[in-house]
Ligand binder design. Structure first.
Ligand SMILES: [Zn+2]
Length: 101
């Protein structure tokens, strides 16, 4: 890791998983609000929320990323499907389909 973005103590910290797609490394963070991965550059620290609506609890605070492991693209997709089945629906608007390419 060549750089680090300072964490904001006031923002929540979310676990990030390193996913390499077509040789590009990204950190995936699961958002309970959007029920999807938010994809960020690979560095710990604070990020603006990639949430789709201002009603997200992360919208104003953003969140800190903390790397907890690695996943393949396939694992990330399966994990998303599994989590959507077990987690309550928070938003009612349609979720745009995640683009994998
Ligand atoms: Zn979100």
């Amino acid at each position: 890791m060549s750089f680090e973005i300072p964490a904001k103590p006031s923002a929540p910290t979310l676990p990030a998983y390193e996913v390499t797609r077509i040789r590009v490394v990204r950190w995936f963070v699961w958002c309970n609000h959007c029920r999807d991965w938010h994809v960020h550059g690979p560095a710990p620290g604070h990020r603006e929320a990639h949430c789709r609506g201002q009603e997200s609890p992360y919208y104003r605070t953003g969140y800190n990323l903390k790397l907890v492991g690695k996943m393949s693209q396939t694992q990330a997709r399966r994990e998303a499907e599994a989590r959507r089945k077990t987690m309550p629906l928070v938003i009612t608007r349609p979720i745009p389909k995640f683009k994998w390419h």
